[in-house]
Design a protein around this ligand. Structure first.
Ligand code: DAH
Length: 343
């Protein structure tokens, strides 16, 4: 019996050397510990051992069994470790170029556009000023030539506060404050959040972002307006763009225009971005109405000025192909994350 046990032990010591992977380890385990395994089959042999040796032999078999079991367990751990090391070394190389959702935030697309436009205009000598979100009725309407009796008030469904002030309906509301501050020559842009009591749909939001710009000096003309707008839009679209003016109406400019840019996507032949027309309406603008200059304490005989507006939400939509303005305020990362500016 003792000889049999020792033979099994020796044979195992030999066999274990041939183990190279989990498969051969499992085969070895079955050979010794399986139902008909060499160690398992030692136990039944005990019945033929003389009684006075049974206890000793039983203990020997158990010792061999325990030894083999722990060798098998150690081998299993070792092989697992080797497999992991191999995977790290070859097969499972981590592709660090793969985008991961690691929770790091980024600028909102509208902020990206705003900074871009601001940088362009700053490079052309403009100063950036901030507008208020809550404005007086005077600044929002009267100071831009929209007295309470003016029908243009109806075009802007306004959120009135109980103290008579308003959530500003357009960045033009900042004109009087800015013009009064400079009292003459200035080139200022003032971006900001605006609010209107709109019924929401893919093209209308109650909260949106605009930028207003004013240029005041002696002898400012429509030519200056066209020059700055064309330069700005060319930089924004990263190519020389063609612009055109159409007559428009705004109470605070005279004459008033709608400035269109020749579609930078199709070059004017017509595409889905420009609705097939070849032109995109982008900047409402005009020569500042003498009344507006006067209300800011500027002598309209000495100074003239031009003003322009630009909607950031619209610009983001044009540049990205996004077709629902509501996505921009939604905080919906599924929509905003894959967002990419095309130009
Ligand atoms: N404030 C106008 C609006 O929100 C846009 C606008 C029109 C701004 C003409 C201007 C301008 O500066 O000259 O509808």
């Amino acid at each position: 019996m003792l000889q049999k046990i020792e033979e099994t032990q020796k044979q195992f010591a030999q066999d274990v050397l041939a183990v190279t992977d989990q498969k051969s380890l499992e085969e070895l385990r079955l050979k010794y510990m399986g139902k008909k395994g060499l160690v398992t089959m030692l136990m039944p042999l005990l019945k033929d051992v003389p009684n006075d040796q049974k206890r000793e032999m039983g203990m020997k078999i158990n010792a061999v069994k325990n030894e083999i079991e722990s060798t098998l367990a150690n081998l299993a751990t070792e092989l697992e470790q080797q497999k992991m090391n191999a995977e790290i070394a070859n097969t499972e190389k981590i592709d660090i170029t793969l985008p991961v959702d690691n929770g790091v935030g980024s600028l909102h697309p509208r902020t990206v556009i705003q900074k871009e436009v601001e940088d362009v205009l700053i490079s052309m000598g403009f100063v950036v000023d901030m507008g208020n979100e809550v404005e007086t009725e005077f600044n929002n309407f009267d100071a831009v030539n929209v007295p309470s009796t003016h029908p243009a008030r109806d075009t802007q469904d306004t959120f009135w506060l109980s103290n008579g002030e308003v959530l500003k309906t357009h960045t033009s509301a900042g004109q009087n404050r800015i013009l009064s501050k400079y009292k003459g020559t200035c080139k200022v842009i003032f971006p900001g959040r605006c609010f209107r009591n709109e019924a929401l749909d893919a093209g209308h939001e109650n909260t949106f972002f605009q930028m207003e710009g004013v240029i005041v000096d002696k002898n400012v003309s429509v030519a200056n307006l066209i020059y700055f707008m064309k330069e700005m839009l060319s930089k924004v679209f990263k190519k020389e763009v063609e612009v055109r003016l159409r007559p428009g109406f705004f109470p605070f400019t005279e004459p008033s225009f709608e400035m269109d840019v020749k579609c930078p996507f199709c070059g004017g032949t017509g595409c889905s971005t420009c609705g097939g027309s070849g032109w995109i309406e982008l900047c409402p603008c005009g020569m500042i109405h003498p009344n507006v200059l006067k209300m800011a304490g500027i002598d309209s005989n000495e100074y003239s000025g031009c003003a322009f507006g630009l909607g950031f939400d619209r610009l983001v939509m044009i540049k990205s192909g996004l077709n629902d303005i509501r996505a921009l305020n939604s905080g919906n990362l599924k929509i905003l994350k894959p967002f990419k500016l095309n130009i």
